[in-house]
Ligand binder design. Structure first.
Ligand SMILES: *Cc1c(COP(=O)(O)O)cnc(C)c1O
Length: 306
């Protein structure tokens, strides 16, 4: 990670290296934090745009609601603070990470009156799964770890504590020589990856996991809309790993991963073993939209200049 100059910390711009918390923060011990990940893209004319800023900030507030955490800011205030942080750091493009966490006070599990603190950090960030991933696709494996049951952890909250499940799966996949893990839900159907949603293309039809055990990705939502606008049929439907094996194409979506083709699952080559035509078309359209080149999606962009 490449450091920038300032981090927004509860309303103040703090120098990066001074943005510290106490070691007895509740979140550090019990995972009681919610976060977001967004990207800002450089657009024509020296402008920049954050992709779906307001939707991400609304999701942050909803994640906190699910966890019974009270963030003392509205989604609108957090959105404005994200833009302030980008400008303070003169960052034309990069990643934006708001995080709200339960701070110090009581050390028991019950968070009591511990303060909920919020930070926003931004930094330059390239392709999450490597430079070749977006063009050629990645190799993935089915994880031995199931995605958590919908009544074990709240899968619709983008919560730090949920990420232990993702870390277990990611470490296993990487140590076994794969780029990413595909997790099944507790009923055995394909759920999602460690921080990405999953799409298949089979016989011209596009399928993605329904909004059950998955985090409702904003990239997922955007790609569903883009695909339908391009005339494809998209179904939100359960599927199994063996249907995945015989898909014509498959890809991940996520703010970090953007739209990354999958070329292999569990040593079965998917389709032609490279980014397929539907994947490529959607990827191209996605990058046109986020950089403000496609008409009709302006409401998804929060523009700023540094
Ligand atoms: C953040 C996240 C995603 C992707 O969501 P986007 O809104 O597209 O960035 C998918 N799965 C999990 C578990 C996530 O935390």
């Amino acid at each position: 990670m490449q450091a920038t100059q300032f981090i927004w910390f509860d309303g103040e711009m703090i120098p990066w290296e001074q943005a510290r918390v106490h070691v007895l923060s509740h979140a550090l011990h019990y995972g009681s934090a919610v976060f977001e990940g967004m990207r800002a893209y450089a657009c024509a004319g020296g402008r920049s745009a954050v992709f779906r800023l307001n939707d991400h900030c609304a999701r942050l507030v909803n994640s906190a609601k699910i966890l019974r955490m009270e963030i003392p800011y509205t989604a609108e205030r957090i959105a404005a603070a994200c833009l302030e942080t980008l400008k303070a750091n003169k960052l034309r493009e990069g990643y934006i990470r708001p995080l709200s966490f339960v701070g110090c006070g009581e050390m028991g599990v019950y968070p009591g009156d511990n303060p909920v603190q919020t930070i926003i950090a931004v930094w330059p960030w390239g392709a999450y799964l490597g430079a070749d991933a977006l063009a050629k696709g990645i190799r993935v494996k089915t994880s031995s770890f199931a995605r958590m049951h919908v009544n074990t952890l709240m899968t619709k909250a983008k919560a730090s504590g949920n990420y232990i499940n993702s870390v277990l799966a990611k470490v296993e996949a990487r140590e076994d020589g794969y780029d990413e893990a595909v997790m099944l839900d507790t009923a055995g159907f394909v759920s999602e990856a460690t921080g990405e949603n999953i799409f298949l293309v089979r016989g011209g039809l596009i399928k993605t996991t329904p909004w059950t055990s998955i985090l409702g990705g904003i990239t997922r939502d955007s790609v569903i809309r883009l695909a339908r606008d391009l005339g494809y049929t998209v179904e939100e439907q359960q599927f199994t790993r063996d249907e995945f094996y015989i898909a014509d194409e498959a890809f991940f979506t996520g703010t970090a991963a953007e739209l990354t083709p999958i070329r292999e699952l569990d040593r079965r080559v998917i389709g032609a073993g490279t980014a397929g035509p539907v994947t490529k078309r959607l990827q191209k359209e996605f990058f046109r939209v986020v950089t403000g080149e496609a008409a009709g999606y302006a409401s998804w962009l929060s523009c700023y200049s540094v």
